[in-house]
Write a protein that binds this ligand. Sequence first.
Ligand code: GAR
Length: 198
Amino acid sequence: MLSQARLAVLCSGFGSNLQAIIDAVRSGRLSVQIASVISDNPDAYAITRARQNNISCVLLNPKEYSTRSAMDQAILSELGKYQADWVILAGFMRLLGPQVVAAYRNRILNIHPALLPSFPGTHAIKRAWEAKVPVTGVTVHFVDEGIDTGPIILQEEVKILDGESLENLEKRIHEVEHRLYPKAIQQVIDKNKIPNNK
Ligand code: GAR
């Protein structure tokens, strides 16, 4: 008998990937418990999504912490409080410090809207579109101390169409993200079954 994995989902913005995870849990495609949502942005729509779905939500405003390390301690404290097994970055636009990465080594996942190692960092869709590469895509990877450098879990290519607008490419990339992230999360969890008496 295995207990259900507990996820903490960290978001900074719109939260469409959070919604995709919620929908995947609801439809039975993803067998986890979303223990909490943590946001570093008081204006994040992800907070509203968490509330609408009766998920505990914590706002950790960086302005209230004098150092990055203090903010990381607050994140660690919340992860501990909610007994998170997995930390899921879903549009979390903040680099996690070494203390958090070390505490959850190989248990922090991130989704990135490009084919890593190409276009790490912010505005990846726009930069790939401006660079006129024929193919971009989506990557789900483990988080290490670098910026989008950790081991890759799943990737899917997205071809950039002739004359495609940035808006259309963004829409198609997000559609791939929403399908790929729940699948990658389930895959990683299945490989790391957590015994009940952990
Ligand atoms: C997503 O496209 C995600 O891949 C990206 O932010 C967006 C968040 O959207 N993350 C990064 O660029 C991380 N480097 P969402 O808030 O609607 O899920």
